[in-house]
Design a protein around this ligand. Structure first.
Ligand code: GYE
Length: 346
């Protein structure tokens, strides 16, 4: 293991002064380096952003795992949902000669050159949450995250079982997909999951729109879809923050988010299960079903680093087990590829 010098506290602040009379200011801390002792393992973590509650929980899990008490020094960088920021962060980590680079990539393509630079510098790269699409898979050591396509299929399978239990015919479903950040692994997998099950049952997917995994975009996009189409009765939100936004739009339009789709209600489906407000909506039935997505990757990545430090090779792809939540009594289990999943209380 490489050793490194005592690092001083560095806080990179970008001060953006707004031009308006009140001259309010916004300070964004993009890079944080803790004071770390020699001998600790130095990790540079490029987090993609802070777009959702899932992301905040993930950031916290990583910070907790890579604490000084646990024998680490962490350089944390928030890429603010921009790949260019993440590439710059990785180049900075290389200059700082970190022991490991951990990357949660915003989207999948365009990582080849910077990961080659890390490889040339002999710095192992570990991917967390989302994947990169590179032709040379040796550009990263390993990955830990979710099976996003399976998450999507599970939620859609729940919808199928719900329609069977309530004698709703397939042709009466009119679904819109509020997609996550286009080109991200989570979006690609969840959109694929919906597409697959919709093809199987002949469901009408009315529209697919980018809502960037944020509440505000979820609200905005749902509001405009409701103006464009008058037959929407299911909204498949690719995360909980979008779902909260979509519910606000549904209610603002004088409609009801709920399970009674035969009588004009709009059923909300979602993913994550970490945001308290969304879980509360799920308990009330405003969100019908949530596909769990587990953000607690800090200890998992730390375990991989510890293996690499001992000269062992972690598995290349590491999927976490996840459940499915619903407060509606109609469906108690779903089966995907012969595997049974219990539907549990949110
Ligand atoms: O579901 C969403 C976040 O990539 C799994 O990103 C992650 C997704 C998560 O913004 O809330």
């Amino acid at each position: 293991m490489k050793k490194y010098k005592m690092m001083t506290c560095l806080l990179l602040s970008v001060l953006v002064l707004s031009g308006c009379e009140s001259s309010s200011s916004v300070t964004e801390n993009t890079t944080e380096t803790e004071e770390v002792a020699t001998d600790n393992i130095l990790v540079g973590f490029s987090q993609l952003g802070a777009e959702s509650d899932w992301r905040s929980a993930n950031t916290q899990s990583m910070k907790d795992a890579f604490s000084e008490e646990n024998g680490y020094g962490l350089i944390f960088n928030d890429g603010q949902q921009k790949q260019t920021n993440q590439i710059t962060a990785i180049r900075t980590f290389i200059q700082q000669d970190v022991d490991y680079i951990v990357l949660a990539p915003v989207t999948e393509s365009g990582w080849d050159s910077v990961l080659e630079e890390a490889k040339d510098a002999n710095i192992p790269v570990i991917l967390v949450d989302r994947l990169v699409d590179v032709s040379d898979k040796s550009l990263y050591q390993c990955w830990v995250g979710s099976d996003f396509e399976l998450e999507g299929i599970k939620v859609c399978q729940w919808l199928h079982e719900y329609t069977v239990a309530n004698e709703i015919s397939d042709e009466d479903l009119h679904i819109v997909d509020l997609q996550g950040t286009i080109g991200s692994t989570a979006q690609l997998g969840r959109s694929r999951g919906l597409n697959e099950v919709a093809m199987e049952y002949g469901w009408d997917v009315v529209a697919l729109r980018d809502a960037d995994f944020t509440q505000e975009k979820g609200r905005e996009v749902m509001a405009s879809l409701l103006r464009e189409y008058d037959n929407i009765n299911v909204v498949y939100c690719e995360n909980d923050n979008e779902a909260i936004g979509a519910i606000k739009a549904i209610e603002a339009a004088g409609l009801v988010a709920g399970k009674d789709i035969a009588n004009g209600e709009i059923m909300v489906l979602s993913f994550d299960g970490i945001n308290e407000e969304a879980l509360q909506y799920a308990r009330e039935g405003k969100i019908a079903c949530i596909g769990e997505c587990n953000p607690m990757h800090g200890p998992r990545v730390a375990a991989m680093i510890e293996m690499l430090n001992r000269g062992e090779e972690p598995e290349k792809f590491n999927y976490v087990d996840e459940g499915i939540f619903s407060a509606l009594p109609d469906v108690t289990t779903i089966t995907v590829d012969g595997e049974e999943y219990a539907v549990t209380a949110p």
